[in-house]
Design a protein around this ligand. Structure first.
Ligand SMILES: [Zn+2]
Length: 237
């Protein structure tokens, strides 16, 4: 996978900044997988999009991911490092089946469109039921989701079908001993990094444009090394 150039990164950031996080993930997924028609992306299994995003993240910023999360019990901040290659290896890609059958119902892996369909739902339980029913081939009636055991079985089955759809991290808080499982939102993480990089780049453009009168394309055409030296000289003068 190819890392975006600085100009491409700025263009991605500009296009994505006012979009919903699900659409941002699809925008970045589309950059990562130019071989797929963009109209198909919303209907692809979430694992396909997440795998593409993890690859784009590695190409852009390297395999090491520095992340942090506040303990859900005591609020202590946990800082941890992940390796995207390890994440891919541990999570796996499923067993190759494209459908799941539970209690006579057939299910397909969830897609971005399914996430978007329940994004406005305030009640977590209702959202989860609607989401699962959307994954049912010929769904459209959530009555079956009344059965909590059946729901749990379908959830576990979907996880096995497309493990990368929801990257789970097992966490333990050193301060209070609490252990829990949190999902890694690779789209949100990558977006934060792209946003930070874009803002840093624009600051560099701003300083050099002001000092030398160069245009944005002229500044971005400089190698990062040359740009750093010019910035040092601007600081020193
Ligand atoms: Zn804690």
């Amino acid at each position: 996978m190819r890392a975006p150039s600085e100009a491409e990164l700025l263009a991605l950031w500009e296009r994505g900044r006012t979009r919903h996080p699900i659409d941002r993930a699809l925008l970045l997924g589309g950059f990562a997988r130019p071989d797929l028609p963009s109209s198909r992306l919303p209907d692809l299994p979430l694992g396909v999009i997440n795998t593409a995003l993890l690859g784009l993240r590695e190409a852009s910023f390297g395999p090491r991911i520095e992340a942090y999360l506040d303990c859900e019990r005591c609020g202590e901040r946990l800082e941890f490092a992940l390796d995207s290659r390890q994440l891919l290896a541990c999570t796996g890609q499923g067993d190759g089946r494209s459908e799941l059958e539970v209690a006579g119902f057939r299910f397909r892996p969830p897609s971005s469109r399914d996430l978007a369909a329940v994004a406005g739902e305030h009640d977590v339980e209702t959202a989860s039921r609607k989401f699962l029913d959307r994954c049912r081939v010929d769904g459209g009636n959530t009555a079956w989701t009344e059965d909590a055991d059946l729901r749990a079985e379908v959830e576990a089955g979907l996880e096995a079908l497309d493990p990368m759809a929801d990257i789970a991290l097992e966490l333990a808080c050193e301060a209070c001993g609490h252990r829990w499982v949190a999902g890694l939102d690779i789209g949100a993480l990558l977006w934060e990094e792209i946003e930070a990089r874009a803002r840093a780049l624009l600051t560099e453009v701003h300083r050099l444009a002001r000092a030398y009168g160069w245009t944005e394309p002229e500044i971005l055409a400089l190698s990062p090394e040359r740009r750093a030296i010019y910035l040092e000289m601007v600081d020193a003068s």
